[in-house]
Design a protein around this ligand. Structure first.
Ligand code: NAP
Ligand code: HSE
Length: 438
C-alpha cells in the first residue's frame, strides 16, 4: 500500500526530504511506500536540485492539502502565516502533519495540539528542534519516567557555527553569517538566529514537552550573539572558558505546596554563556547542536549531532513520516491517539521572575588605568553581597584599562544593583559587556 505525501515547501529542508523519498534503496522498507504526490512552492521557475514532474508542483498550498492522493502533509515552508492556517486546514481534513516549523509550534502549539486531538490525527515535530538529533521523541517517550530538573543546550546551528569560526579562525561575524546562509543553516530572516529567537522557540518546545505543559513563548528572556564582541570571546578563552549561545529550562520550585498549584515553576532563558572548557557542551562546535537533559532518576543524558542543514533536518522529518506511515500500515489509530506520540500536557508551567534567579557572571569594565579603581569596584560588589571569584586587568593602554570580573553564583537583582553602583564610580567609563557564566 502506498502513502501519498504532500510537501509544503521545496527549499533547503523540502529538497532534503524529496531526495530521501527519491532514493529508498538501503533505507527502511516503509520509505519505498512513500510517494511524493504534490509539492507547493512560491516560484515555479526557480531551478531545483531535484527534477519533479511539473504537474506535481503548484503555487497553491491548499491544493496540496486538499488533493485526495495526499495522506500526510509535510509543512516545511516556514514563517507563521500561512503555515499555521495550512497546518490547521490539514488537521481539519483529517490528515496527519509533519512540520519542522518551530516558530509556529512555539506560538500556536496548544491550538494545533487541541485541533489534532479533536480530529484524532498526529502532528509530529522532530525536525523542529536540533535538526538531525532525535530529541523530541526521546523527551516525550524514552525519558517519560523521569522528573526533569534541567534541559540545557546549544540548539541553534547558525550561531554555533558563527561562534566556532570566530573563536577558531578569528573570522569576521558578517562573513561567517553569509556562509551559514549559503549552507542552508540560517532562517529566512537570520535575525531569528543571531538575536536568539530561534533558540527561544526551541527551548519553549522542549520545556513544554519535558515539564508537561505549554510555556509562554513571549515570557522567555532572550539575548542573542548579535552584540557579542570578539574581544569577550578572546578574553573568555584566556580565562579558560568557551562562549556558546545556551538555551536553558530549569525547574526552580518543586511541584506542590511551594510551587504554582498543579504546576511547576520554571526559569527559561536564552543567552550567550561562558562555559568552562571541560563542560560537556563546550566541545560542541560548528553547526552541531547538543542538548543535556538532567532528570531523576536517569542523571545526565546528552544528545549530540548536526543541528541544521538539508540532510540532517530531512532525516528527522522522514522519521516522523515513517512513524505515521507505520501506524497507517497497521490500520490505526482506531482507539484514539497514542498519548506519548501525540504529546499531551497535564499541568501548568509558570515562568519565574528572572531577577530572582542565581548565576555566575562575566563583566568587562572600561576604566581609567589608575590606583584605587579595582578597590572601589570590589567594594561595590561587596556592598551588594556579590562575591567575586576573580578580577583581572587584561588590557591597558594610554591611561585606559579593561577589567574583567567573574563572580560566584549570585542573585540577578543583587548583581544588577552592584553594576549600577559601579557604573557611577569615579574612574569607571562603562560596563562594556556582561555575560552569564556556568
Ligand atoms: P527555505 O529554504 O526558505 O524553503 C522554504 C520553501 O517554502 C521554499 O521552497 C519556498 O518556495 C516555499 N514557500 C514559502 N512560502 C510559501 C508559500 N506561501 N506558498 C508556497 N510555497 C512557499 O526554508 P528551509 O530552510 O527549508 O526551512 C523550512 C522550515 O524548516 C522552516 O520552518 C525552518 O525554520 C525549518 N527548519 C529549517 C532547518 C534548516 O536547517 N534549514 C532546520 C530545521 C528546521 P520557493 O522555493 O519557490 O521560494
Ligand atoms: N536556523 C536554524 C539553526 C535551523 O541554525 O539552528 C535549524 O533549526
Amino acid at each position: 500500500m502506498t502513502i501519498g505525501i504532500g510537501l509544503l515547501g521545496l527549499g533547503t529542508v523540502g529538497s532534503g526530504v524529496a531526495a530521501i523519498l527519491a532514493s529508498p534503496q538501503g533505507r527502511h522498507p516503509l520509505v519505498g511506500d512513500l510517494v511524493l504526490e504534490r509539492v507547493a512552492v512560491r516560484d515555479l521557475q526557480r531551478p531545483r536540485p531535484l527534477t519533479l514532474p511539473p504537474e506535481r508542483l503548484t503555487t497553491d498550498p491548499e491544493a496540496v492539502i486538499d488533493d485526495p492522493k495526499v495522506d500526510i502533509v509535510v509543512e516545511v515552508m516556514g514563517g507563521l502565516e500561512p503555515a499555521r492556517s495550512l497546518i490547521l486546514r490539514a488537521i481539519a481534513a483529517g490528515k496527519p502533519v509533519v512540520t519542522a516549523n518551530k516558530a509556529v509550534i512555539a506560538r500556536y502549539g496548544q491550538e494545533i495540539a487541541a485541533a489534532a486531538a479533536s480530529q484524532g490525527v498526529y502532528v509530529l515535530i522532530e525536525a523542529a528542534v536540533g535538526g538531525g538529533i532525535p530529541i523530541i521523541e526521546p523527551i516525550k517517550q524514552s525519558l517519560g519516567g523521569n522528573r526533569i530538573q534541567r534541559v540545557s543546550g546549544i540548539i541553534n546551528g547558525t550561531t554555533n557555527y558563527i561562534l566556532s569560526r570566530m573563536a577558531d579562525e578569528g573570522a569576521a561575524y558578517a562573513d561567517v553569517l553569509a556562509d551559514a546562509q549559503r549552507l542552508g543553516y540560517a532562517e529566512a530572516d537570520p535575525a531569528a538566529d543571531v538575536q536568539g529567537g530561534d533558540a527561544a522557540d526551541k527551548i519553549a518546545i522542549l520545556a513544554g514537552l519535558a515539564y508537561g505543559g505549554p510555556v509562554e513563548r513571549a515570557g522567555i528572556a532572550t539575548e542573542g550573539i548579535d552584540r557579542l564582541e570578539a574581544r569577550d570571546v578572546a578574553y573568555a578563552a584566556q580565562l579558560g572558558f568557551v562562549v556558546k549561545l545556551l538555551a536553558v529550562a530549569e525547574r526552580v520550585q518543586d511541584d506542590g505546596p511551594s510551587g504554582p498549584p498543579d504546576g511547576v515553576a520554571l526559569d527559561v532563558r536564552v543567552h550567550p554563556t561562558l562555559l568552562p572548557k571541560h563542560h560537556p557542551l563546550a566541545g560542541v562546535h560548528g553547526v552541531n547542536n547538543a542538548i543535556l537533559v538532567e532528570g531523576d532518576p536517569v542523571g545526565q543524558v546528552m544528545f549530540f549531532g548536526p543541528g541544521a542543514g538539508a540532510g540532517p533536518t530531512a532525516s528527522a522529518v522522514v522519521a516522523d513520516i515513517l512513524n505515521i506511515a507505520g501506524i497507517r500500515q497497521v490500520g490505526g489509530p482506531q482507539a484514539g491517539l497514542d498519548p506519548l506520540l501525540a504529546a499531551s500536557s497535564w499541568r501548568h508551567c509558570a515562568l519565574v521572575d528572572g531577577s530572582l534567579s542565581r548565576h555566575r557572571n562575566y563583566v568587562r569594565l572600561s576604566t581609567r588605568d589608575e590606583a584605587g579603581v579595582i578597590g572601589r569596584i570590589g567594594t561595590c560588589f561587596g556592598a551588594a553581597e556579590v562575591s567575586i571569584q576573580s578580577i583581572v586587568q587584561l588590557d591597558a593602554r594610554e591611561g585606559e584599562a579593561e577589567i574583567v570580573v567573574i563572580t560566584h553564583e549570585v542573585r540577578e537583582d543583587r548583581f544588577r544593583e552592584a553594576l549600577a553602583a559601579i557604573e557611577a564610580l569615579e574612574g569607571v567609563e562603562r560596563v562594556a559587556a556582561c555575560l552569564r557564566t556556568l
